[in-house]
Structure formats: structure tokens, C-alpha cells
Write a protein that binds this ligand. Structure first.
Ligand code: ADP
Ligand code: ZN
Length: 610
């Protein structure tokens, strides 16, 4: 429809252009008037271009059909193709000055070329315009983001912006060196890396690293998210990939960054979401592009995933993403360095010790820490402070870990139930040997939760033994066990506790070989729980469920016993909560009748239990 309108406009415009040669003061006369003037020997000159004739008269004549007194001496007319007249002989006899030109060459070749190109150019332009608009309307797949290289001079990220993961930056500096000095490698016949896979949890800095590689090498950075490719209309994913690689090749050396590669790079056969055909076509296109590299293009593809385990092995074959670089969450030293990077432009009070803040944030990623530094600065600004203080950091951390407080008024019986629920979690956290210390207990509603108990390890933990995991389950059952003990009924408030502990128990049984009934093998894997690539036999699943029930049942038994035996501590903790709403580690221990020997410390993450 729109296209039809455009055609009409073009037609009108171009015919106007072609016909606008009419000149002023020329009177258009019928051919018969012209022959009469010839016969009257009143024609001085004519110039014929094909059948169209321009001419001048010797004496002015009245305009045919014109108003009275209107005359003309310059005229134009058109000779009918079928005219059989003696006009020409008469004009020659009368000495009329005659000139003529072929109709075909009436415009110069350049003129006619231009004129004939105008409509074509217009049509092409409009066609491109429509198709551009069309695709961006249809999908919104971030055309802008990936088809324009990020200007390296304006958004220049370097390794100096990436902290706490020195091993990774060291590995990637090879890639930088290759991009900067390709001839050094080619001379020795070394095969150049084509693809690097960065594997790590979200927020660990994979995108930042890829940008830094481009920044260090001073080359353009193209980025696209693989999930965008398959969101699109069928058949477009592959062509978008082709376009992305073409653009990068044009300005090579360059970096192409493909985020969330697992969205299209999942092993075939798994019943991943979305159109499988589209996914495979897109994946194949990426592989084709990479296989087509001769090693001279200087285009290096960096892909990122947090699910390296599910990737199609075809992606990891030599010549493709054959370098896999693990990007882990930083340790305490690394966290301090990251905090330093993100407080470079923040005026810190003397009270702030970033090493201490780092110690109190085990498990946090670079993105979490960047967020923490920003939240602390925001709080300081809100309070009108000159500098960001240690208290700002503590409060920002609490807000991030516990969620922002929600102002709702809880009915008194709901408050009481919440207080006993949280007191149950917290008390078991104090009673179970080896459990992560309780840092904070609160019955202020935050997010979806009516209350929270925060307990986190003292340092970085990398593995857990079975008794620790059982302790976690016992602690998670503390809320519902306490509700049952005190009120005789339970509530919906334990849903997410149960989700967490069920996941933990299933993993113990199915993934970590902690059930004697199942045995020491991977009856379940993280992956087959989701996509059932290798679905466990129904009998295995039944056995896993039975074992999960047994373990959780034993833990519940223990939780109830511990709470019953320590009912006075539970009551003390609950009433302190009802009175003060939030208790830190020291106060919570005191309220439960324990010596408050825990050092006051910043709150730390890990297990947050609603
Ligand atoms: P990913 O791609 O792994 O999900 P990003 O690279 O997008 O993570 O990280 C998000 C933000 O977190 C970065 O822009 C940066 O501000 C911060 N960040 C993450 N890791 C680091 C790090 N190692 N050093 C400094 N900042 C980091
Ligand atoms: Zn709970």
C-alpha cells in the first residue's frame, strides 16, 4: 500500500521533471494554424525536434482562441505522424530558416542518463527505507547496537578498568598482542586464535574484558547478544550474523563479541526453547564464518556464556572457540581491587577500609561490587555528606543483600508469626555446629519477604561437606518448624525456604553422590534437570525423590528437636525482634541468651532466608 503511494509520487515527480522544458511566451498552436501561417508566408524560422516544432513568425498573429488583442510571434506545435502535407516544400520555397534534431537525442546523454536514474534511485532509496523500517519494527533486535562499531576513542575500556582477575587478563593479553602485531605471529606460521570463550557467572566482567581487549588493541568492538538472533523472525538470524562478520571484516582488525552464546550454541538434541531450526541456522552461520577465516582478517570472536557445560562441542573444536577462559567470581583480594577501581572517583572517608568491605562480601561479583560502591555513594549524597563513610557502605550492603525495606503495616498476628519464623532460622544458625554465622535478623518487610535472616560464611568458600549442607537444610527448615512448634499451624511464608532446601537436597542426592541408596554417580545433572537431554530412568527419579524425602525428613526432625529444647532462647529472640524489628549479630546472640562473642561485622551475603 505504502509502496504504491511512493511509486505514484515518483511517477508524478519525474514526469514533471521531464516536461518542465516549456518556456515562457511560447504559444502552443494547432498544427493547422501552423500550416496556414506557412501558406501565408508568415513563418520566419522553425526548429524541429522529431515531431515537435518551435518557430517564430514574421508578423504577430492573434492567439487562436485567445482574448482580443492577444498576439504571438513565438510558437510551438506538433506535427501528426500521419500528416501528408506540402508544408516542407512551401517553407523551402519561401526561404524559412529550418533546423532540426533527432527526437532521440533531444537531451544530452548525461542529462537523459540522470533523468532516467532519478526514478530508479528514488525507488531504490524508498525500498531500502521501507525494508530498514520493516526489520526494525518487526524485531527490535538491537540493530544499532551491533551494526555500529563502538567508537573506540570515546568508550575506551582498558585492562586498568578490569580488576581482581589478573590470571584472565594475562591470558587475554595474548589476543591483544596478536591484534596489535599480527605480522609477528604470521611470520612464524603460528595459527592465530579465532575464537575465545569466556565462561563465568553473570556480572563477573566478561563483557568488560572483551571491551578491554578491543580497547587495549585499539580496534573496533562489535557486540551482539546471541539470544537476540533467535528472537527474530525466521531466517534473519543467519543473515544478521553474516552482516555482523562482514562489517567487522571491513574494518579489521576488530573484535566481535557474542554474549550469551549458549542461547544458540546449546548441544543439538536438547529441547531448548525457541525455534530449533532458527537456532541451528544461526549457529551454523557463526561456524561457517569462523571456518572461513584465513587467519589474515584479524577478526577475533570473543563469546561469553555462563553455561559452558551445555555448549555444542562443535563450537569448541579447533579453529573455533578453542580457547576457553574461565572467569570466576573474585576472591577477597580481588574484591578489594575491584572496589578500588569503582571508587577511583569517589571521595572516601578515612573510616572506609576497602579491604574490610571486601572481606565482608564473599560471593559477590564485579557487577555486585560496582553496584555496592554506587549505592554507598548515593546514600552519602542523599545524606548531604562530603565523603562516603563506612556506615554508608554498611547500609548499602544491607540494602543490596536484604532488599530495600517496604513500608507495609503488618497485622499483629502476622508480625508475631514472622518474628517466630525468623527467630527459628536465626536460632538454628546459632545452634548447628559449623553453620554460617548469623549476621542480621529482621522482621521489616523487604521485597516479597516479610522478614529475613542473613547468615554468611566468614571467608570465601569453594566447596561444602555433607554435614554443612545438612546444617543449611536444618537452618532453612527453622522458620516452618518454629511456626509449627509455637502456633501449631504452618503458613505460606516458607515457600522459598522449601524451594531452596529441596534444590539443595536433590543436588546432594543426584549430583554430589551423598545418598547411599542412589550411590556415587550423577543420577541428575544441573542440565538434565532442565532439558532432560539424558533423562534419568523413572525408577531413578523415584529413588531420588525418596532419598530427598528421607534427608529432609531427618533434618526436620532435628530442627524441631533443637527448637523444642531451646524454647526459651526462641522466645527471647522473637520478643526482641517484635520490639526492635532488626537485630545485628551481637544483639541477636544476646537476645537468644548466648555470649555475644561474635565480632561486630559488616553484613555478608550468601544465604538470605525469607
Ligand atoms: P558479564 O558480561 O560477565 O555479565 P559485565 O562485564 O557486564 O559482566 O560486568 C558488569 C559490570 O560490573 C561492569 O561494567 C563493571 O562495571 C563491573 N565489573 C565486573 N567485573 C569487574 C572487574 N573484574 N573489575 C572491575 N569491574 C567489574
Ligand atoms: Zn523463612
Amino acid at each position: 500500500m505504502r509502496f504504491g503511494v511512493a511509486m505514484l509520487v515518483i511517477y508524478v515527480l519525474s514526469s514533471l521533471l521531464l516536461q518542465s522544458r516549456s518556456t515562457a511566451n511560447v504559444t502552443s498552436i494547432p498544427y493547422t494554424s501552423f500550416t496556414q501561417q506557412v501558406d501565408a508566408n508568415n513563418v520566419a524560422t522553425i526548429h524541429a525536434t522529431g515531431g515537435s516544432i518551435d518557430g517564430t513568425l514574421r508578423k504577430p498573429q492573434p492567439v487562436p482562441g485567445g482574448t482580443k488583442g492577444q498576439t504571438y510571434t513565438t510558437f510551438s506545435t506538433f506535427r501528426p505522424i500521419f500528416a501528408q502535407d506540402t508544408v516542407y516544400a512551401t517553407m523551402v520555397k519561401n526561404g524559412v530558416q529550418i533546423s532540426a534534431k533527432s527526437a532521440i537525442t533531444q537531451q544530452s546523454w548525461l542529462q537523459s542518463l540522470l533523468l532516467s536514474l532519478i526514478p530508479i534511485a528514488l525507488i531504490a532509496g524508498i525500498w531500502i527505507w521501507i525494508s530498514r523500517r520493516g526489520t526494525s519494527m518487526l524485531s527490535g533486535f538491537g540493530n544499532r547496537k551491533s551494526s555500529t562499531p563502538v567508537d573506540v576513542s570515546t568508550i575506551r575500556v582498558t585492562f586498568a578498568d578490569v580488576a581482581g582477575i589478573a590470571e584472565v587478563t594475562a591470558e587475554l593479553s595474548d589476543v591483544v598482542d596478536f591484534l596489535k602485531h599480527p605480522e609477528k605471529y604470521r611470520r612464524l606460521g603460528a595459527t592465530v586464535p579465532r575464537g575465545v570463550l569466556l565462561a563465568g557467572l553473570p556480572g563477573t566482567g566478561k563483557t568488560l574484558l572483551a571491551r578491554a581487549v578491543a580497547g587495549e588493541a585499539g580496534v573496533p568492538f562489535f557486540s551482539a547478544s546471541a539470544s537476540e538472533f533467535i528472537e527474530m523472525i525466521v531466517g534473519v538470524g543467519a543473515s544478521r550474523v553474516r552482516k555482523l562478520f562482514d562489517e567487522a571484516r571491513k574494518v579489521a582488525p576488530a573484535i566481535i563479541f557474542l554474549d550469551e552464546i549458549d542461547a544458540i550454541g546449546r548441544a543439538r538434541g536438547g529441547n531448548a526453547l525457541g525455534g530449533n531450526d532458527e537456532r541451528e541456522q544461526t549457529l551454523n552461520q557463526i561456524l561457517t564464518e569462523m571456518d572461513g577465516f584465513t587467519g589474515r582478517e584479524g577478526v577475533i570472536v570473543i563469546a561469553a556464556t555462563n553455561r559452558a557445560d551445555v555448549l555444542d562441542p562443535a563450537l569448541l573444536r579447533p579453529g573455533r572457540f578453542d580457547r576457553v577462559v574461565q572467569v570466576s567470581a573474585p576472591d577477597a583480594v580481588g574484591r578489594a581491587e575491584i572496589l578500588r577501581v569503582h571508587t577511583r572517583d569517589v571521595p572516601l572517608a578515612n573510616s572506609v577500609d576497602l579491604t574490610e568491605v571486601a572481606k565482608s562480601t564473599p560471593g559477590m561479583t564485579g557487577a555486585d561490587l560496582a553496584n555496592l560502591a554506587n549505592e554507598a555513594a548515593l546514600l552519602a549524597a542523599k545524606l548531604g555528606e562530603e565523603t562516603v563513610t563506612a556506615a554508608d557502605f554498611a547500609n548499602a550492603l544491607e540494602k543490596i543483600q536484604l532488599g530495600a525495606a517496604r513500608s507495609v503495616v503488618m497485622a499483629e498476628d502476622e508480625r508475631r508469626r514472622t518474628a517466630f519464623h525468623e527467630a527459628g532460622h536465626a536460632l538454628l544458625g546459632m545452634l548447628v555446629p559449623g553453620a554460617d554465622p548469623v549476621r542480621k535478623v529482621s522482621i521489616i518487610p523487604r521485597g516479597h519477604a516479610l522478614g529475613v535472616t542473613l547468615s554468611t560464611p566468614d571467608g570465601d568458600r569453594y566447596g561444602y561437606d555433607e554435614s554443612y549442607l545438612r546444617g543449611r537444610i536444618i537452618g532453612a527448615l527453622g522458620g516452618i518448624a518454629s511456626e509449627e512448634l509455637v502456633f501449631g499451624v504452618t503458613s505460606t511464608g516458607a515457600e522459598s525456604d522449601l524451594d531452596q532446601l529441596t534444590h539443595l537436597a536433590r543436588s546432594m542426592v543426584g549430583r554430589w553422590g551423598m545418598s547411599p541408596v542412589i550411590g556415587r554417580w550423577s543420577a541428575l545433572t544441573e542440565e538434565n534437570l532442565v532439558t532432560a537431554t539424558y533423562p534419568p530412568a523413572p525408577a531413578t527419579l523415584d529413588a531420588v525423590d525418596a532419598e530427598v524425602q528421607r534427608i529432609v525428613g531427618e533434618c526436620y526432625e532435628q530442627a524441631q528437636q533443637l527448637l523444642r529444647a531451646n524454647r526459651d532462647r526462641l522466645d527471647g529472640l522473637a520478643s526482641a525482634l517484635l520490639e526492635r524489628e532488626t537485630l545485628d549479630a551481637r544483639d541477636a546472640r544476646a537476645a537468644a541468651g548466648f555470649p555475644s562473642d561474635q565480632p561486630p561485622s559488616l553484613v555478608k551475603p550468601a544465604a538470605v532466608r525469607p
